[in-house]
Design a protein around this ligand. Structure first.
Ligand code: GLU
Length: 279
């Protein structure tokens, strides 16, 4: 009897797995590559970055989510046809190459290195790398980081810039997500967190962190946020660029900025021109 139950359960799991394979297989038409009118579109975002890409019990919020939703609409997909997929910093290129998602809007900086593996539409935002420290900490410039424990995320430009540019002598701790870094900053496991000011401002404004952390206010790099697509998918890049231009000209971009960055008092740069990368 017991054995039979197990067998039935395994059969059910197997059947489920088969179904999952059938709907989520490697056929790239599944991510919405028909370019519109399909049932669903899969879009990669961050799940843990307040103000940019955040999964909440009530749904998904943030500037990247709003940009992605606008773009999806221009590609022919209503919000209820969007399937959000978490794409952590280190997973983005692979998610696109494998066809897991149609595009990625996840604080994804356009870089020459990444352009060897994926294509980008945009940019749609210019941010700058900065530091987040505990209020009153003795860190006011990058050289103060020498021998300090500095947290950033694997696969990010932030971690790369630390190593090759401004703080090679810091003890870099690379975590999987920025929310893990902020937990480390709170517990004292690390002395500072470095990434884009847009992301840091969003964390600092969270109720549980209010008054505890401060941005140092350094513009350590230029981070030109692009929308990542699979390498060679020029048609989608062009369509997304048209959508981004429209989002700026009809003021939806300003509205998204105000709604998402307003609460964090993040002073963003003006909307970039498509194709204009600030080095
Ligand atoms: N914008 C930077 C990057 O693309 C840092 C933020 C992130 O990790 O998403 O790497």
């Amino acid at each position: 009897m017991k054995l039979r139950k197990v067998t039935a359960a395994s059969a059910a799991v197997f059947a489920l797995a088969l179904t999952a394979t059938a709907c989520g297989g490697d056929d790239s038409s599944d991510n919405g590559s028909s370019g519109g009118g399909g049932d669903k579109i899969k879009i990669g975002i961050k799940y843990d970055q307040p103000g940019l890409g955040l999964k909440t019990p009530d749904g998904y919020t943030g500037f990247d989510v709003d940009v992605a939703t606008y773009v999806a609409k221009e590609l022919g997909y209503e919000p209820d046809q969007i399937e959000w997929v978490e794409t952590k910093s280190a997973d983005r290129e692979n998610a696109l190459s494998r066809g897991d998602v149609k595009f990625i809007a996840a604080t994804y900086s356009i870089t020459d290195e990444r352009k060897e593996k994926v294509d980008f539409a945009g940019p749609y935002l210019l941010a700058h790398q900065d530091l987040l420290v505990k209020k009153g900490a003795d860190i006011s410039e990058a050289t103060d980081l020498n021998d300090k424990k500095l947290c950033s995320v694997t696969g990010s430009t932030s971690a790369q810039n630390v190593k090759k540019d401004f703080a090679p002598d810091a003890q870099l701790r690379e975590y999987g997500t920025y929310s893990e870094c902020i937990a480390g900053l709170q517990s004292g496991a690390v002395d500072a967190l470095t990434t884009d000011d847009s992301i840091l401002a969003g964390f600092a404004a969270q109720d549980q962190y209010k008054g505890k952390f401060e941005l140092v206010g350094l513009k350590l790099s230029n981070e030109n946020y692009g929308i990542g697509v699979k390498k060679g998918d020029t048609e989608t890049v062009n369509k997304i660029n048209d959508a981004l231009e429209k989002m700026v000209s009809d003021k939806s971009w300003d509205k998204a900025v105000e709604e998402n960055f307003g609460p964090a008092e993040y002073k963003n740069e003006p909307a970039p021109q498509i194709g204009n990368i600030v080095k």
